[in-house]
Write a protein of this length. Structure first.
Length: 116
């Protein structure tokens, strides 16, 4: 994996981004986009808020959230016209795997990922 921005160090099957580690297997399974959403949605957020926060399109966020909802990782609820997403108990467990060294940490995610 090659990242355009941010630090990447691979050692013993783990990827380190800044001060947080992402288990290589979990990151490979989820993909960077879904992993980013899982970490950020620890605090309930709307798709628009996540798109702005992660600097990706609303369509990308919505597609990832739909997949995560279908897998039982997030749930949604409505407040007025806004739909919020938050982690389920399984989602919390997965978020802890994504941020293995410090469950309360928010990694500095790379903006672009180049694959070999």
């Amino acid at each position: 994996m090659l990242f355009q921005r941010g630090e990447l160090q691979m050692a013993s099957g783990q990827v380190q981004l800044g001060s947080s580690r992402v288990e290589h297997g979990v990151a490979s399974l989820l993909g960077v986009g879904k992993a980013r959403i899982i970490v950020e949605v620890r605090t309930p957020a709307t798709p628009s808020q996540l798109a702005t926060l992660l600097d990706v399109s609303l369509g990308t966020v919505s597609a990832h959230l739909a997949a995560l909802r279908d897998a039982g990782v997030v749930l949604s609820w409505r407040s007025g016209r806004a739909v919020y997403y938050e982690l389920t108990e399984s989602g919390e467990d997965l978020a802890n795997l994504v941020t293995a060294t410090n469950p309360s940490a928010t990694p500095q995610w790379p903006e672009e990922v180049a694959r070999p």
